[in-house]
Design a protein around this ligand. Structure first.
Ligand code: ZN
Length: 112
């Protein structure tokens, strides 16, 4: 029995062949497809940049699950140091200051 069959029998999501893939990545493979995990990452990143990939993502965002996950991801990013730093940088930029000035003006206009 091969490593893949053993992992499949054990219900594992990943298995290792002990040998790198043909592109020299690490030997971790996905059990259901037998594909190298790194190769999968690379190909999904490449696909995300194509029109077909963007359309797929857009369709996913319009589903309930997609919306929930997108919101969760955004919230998580906002709470992360990276997200906080990005927000701070934006607020201190010319673009950010201009946007805040516009928002203030809008609020004043509403109050009359
Ligand atoms: Zn690979």
């Amino acid at each position: 029995m091969g490593a893949k069959a053993i992992a499949l029998a054990a219900g594992k999501q990943f298995y290792t062949t002990g040998k790198p893939c043909k592109y020299g990545h690490n030997p971790k493979r996905r059990t259901c497809t037998g594909r190298c995990v790194e190769c999968e990452n690379v190909s999904s990143l490449l696909r995300a940049k194509t029109d077909a990939g963007k359309a797929t993502r857009q369709r996913y965002r319009e589903t309930e699950t997609g919306l929930i996950k997108e919101r969760a991801r955004t919230a998580k990013y906002h709470k992360s140091d990276k997200g906080k730093a990005a927000r701070k940088k934006y607020r201190e930029s010319e673009k950010g200051k201009a946007a805040r000035a516009r928002a203030l003006a809008r609020r004043k206009a509403k109050r009359g």
